[in-house]
Design a protein around this ligand. Sequence first.
Ligand code: ADP
Ligand code: MG
Ligand code: ZN
Length: 443
Amino acid sequence: MEFKPVIGLEIHIELKTNSKMFCGCSARHFGEEPNTHCCPVCLGLPGALPFPNKKAIEWTIRLGLVLNCQVSEESKFDRKNYFYPDLPKGYQISQYDQPFCREGKVTLKDGREIRLRRVHLEEDTGKLVHLRIDGQDASLVDFNRSGVPLVEVVTEPDFQNSEEVDEFLKSLQRTVRYLDVSDADMEKGSMRLEPNISLQLPGQNELPDYKVEVKNINSFRFVRKAIEYEIARQTGVLQKGEKLIQETRGWSESENKTFSQREKEEAHDYRYFPEPDIPPLSFGPEEVEEIRQQIPELPEAKRQRFQREFKLSPYQTDRLIETKELADYYEAALGVNGQIDGKKYSSPSEVANWLINRKIDIKTISPERMIKDLIASKEVTRLGEGEMSRIVNEVLAENAQAAEDYKKGKTAVLGFLIGQVVKKIGPQADRQEITRKLQEKLG
Ligand code: ADP
Ligand code: MG
Ligand code: ZN
């Protein structure tokens, strides 16, 4: 029997604001001395009052706008109540029924549309560190991460397979990096992924009445594997005529499989209620427009502009827009290229190839240096008169017919003959010199 996968995603993205979500503590927590970025607010001490981070809210809306969401005119924060040692308040400040952004959509390469349910803002929790102290198991809590702004993006269950999920996640990662709102670095935990997977029976149109959520995955590859594992596992269960249960599972890297963690709690278990210490927030059309103005040129727009302005191939463009830093570097290099030689000694395409094929380290080599190297490399293969003459004669001998054609007035074969000479000398051959020599010999 063929079952149809139904997949939705929840993605957490840590914002790289200087300070935390509701206090002035530094939000930088990775690799820092434990419990050095804390205050009464992010430690959840009684009586401490939260004060929202304006920049974090604007960045969340910026991301929402890019994902084509509606910005809610009225938003508020809510308390999500649960107990865990990394959450000293006993609740997380999150957003429940009035998130900053909702109802977005993005289009995949194959034209299929994925709807976004919401983009909301919450606070990250502390971090548990499990270790052995004096021969005993111990768990310590580091609160440096407690209260760091965390955006949650929730999609509708519109994905049909792991490739679509992969494409969406990579594009989302690139987008938040272009927006400069997060490192979205999975190894550091600043982007965390949770796929929800269920299977539709043949002929079934409504959503399955269960879903399996796989928690906190930290690599794109593991998301693909977890989804594929779940599709196989759930197919097996259904084929035996059994029912699947709604549950939360974890991903085991060592065993390459998911494992049951708990049967899923429902929203009402969290006893959400409005955060009484933060008044509701409202965003009018003008404020939203102001935030929209801050959105920089994004990968898709850059791709189109590069192809149009610089006549690059889709491959070259794809590679250059991989990161904003690389795309900016390329444009800086083109600027230098224009200055060094008004005649644009190297074409935009040559500069692109040099940058891509030579794997130029853009952190250590300046655009000026790169362009100088590129020009120098061409000069290296400027041959002496004798050597050039010999190679051109060789090519004319091997291509006597083409040479004849040229003499009879079919000058279009010149391009072909130049190509043959370049083949012998190498890609950095001086084409002007070759052309001159060929024309001289063909008289
Ligand atoms: P909860 O309230 O339990 O978090 P939601 O309905 O809000 O559940 O959905 C959470 C995520 O699960 C969303 O990404 C959504 O797209 C996805 N989802 C919902 N129903 C299904 C389903 N039947 N199969 C797979 N994913 C689903
Ligand atoms: Mg959820
Ligand atoms: Zn603090």
